[in-house]
Ligand binder design. Structure first.
Ligand code: MG
Length: 254
């Protein structure tokens, strides 16, 4: 099942994507999915980020090949950081290049969307709390990341958390291929079978720190091949069983 969030008649609502048609659903998709009577052609609505997280928890260094690329030892526990909810954009939106950075990178990642409140869940039960999966671009001002001890600024600019195009609920997260394309050229390609910490292990770890809420996003880390983007570029994160998240890099006009 593919859950979309979209704008129609000046308001945001959720729906189920079936082929090229969206069937509206009543309320939010986190508890009971109640399909409604209204149908909308996909081409005639504007897709929005598929959820509105209270927070985004992201993983640093969670692929073996990325650790090798950086000549970095495998971390002995997951390395986490937060991205603010105000950084979220959806499919087709612009990533705004901040004037204070000269090096903004893409990081293609598989993202987990949380279904119901989670607090101290076991590894075995962790996936019961997942609504589904989506594509994520953990946009990063790399020069500022190296300059600051904390990554809040480098990871936190508005538009630096691209999410979408929708949430796929039926997916085995243990073995999907994540690809990133810049202007149509393949830049990153890895299977989640190369993850250092699996998705149940990540949820278990984070839920022993903080309560995860419906709609919260966990970005599971990026594989090797990160690199810069510039205004005018088009960046895509493709995960076949989900779809393609496409965004455009633009100059800061302000
Ligand atoms: Mg990342």
């Amino acid at each position: 099942m593919k859950i979309v969030r979209f704008a129609v008649d000046g308001r945001a609502r959720y729906g189920l994507l079936k082929g090229q048609t969206i069937q509206g659903i009543e309320d939010k998709p986190f508890r009971h999915l109640r399909p409604g009577d209204q149908h909308y052609p996909l081409g005639q609505v504007r897709l929005l980020a598929p959820c509105q997280p209270s927070k985004i928890i992201a993983l640093g260094l969670n692929y073996h090949d990325h650790a090798r690329e950086l000549n970095s030892p495998v971390p002995d526990s997951p390395l986490t950081f937060l991205k603010p909810s105000t950084a979220v954009i959806g499919h087709g939106d612009n990533i705004v290049y901040p004037s204070s950075s000269h090096r903004v990178d893409y990081e293609g990642e598989l993202a987990v969307v949380i279904k119901k409140p989670v607090w101290r869940v076991s590894v075995a039960d962790a996936l019961d709390y997942v609504l589904g999966y989506t594509c994520f671009n953990d946009v990063t001002a790399r020069d500022l990341q190296y300059r600051d001890n904390q990554w809040t600024r480098a990871k936190g600019f508005d538009t630096f958390a691209a999410v979408g195009p929708w949430i796929e609920t039926e997916l085995d997260p243990a073995n999907v291929v994540v690809e990133t394309y810049l202007n149509g050229k393949l830049k990153q390609r890895a299977s989640t079978s190369d993850l250092i910490y699996s998705i149940p292990e990540i949820i278990n770890f984070i839920s022993h720190v903080m309560t995860l809420l419906p709609g919260d996003i966990i970005a599971t880390g990026t594989p090797s091949g990160v690199g810069p983007m510039y205004p005018g570029d088009t960046v895509e994160v493709r995960i076949k069983p989900i779809g393609t998240l496409k965004n455009f890099v633009v100059k800061n006009g302000g």
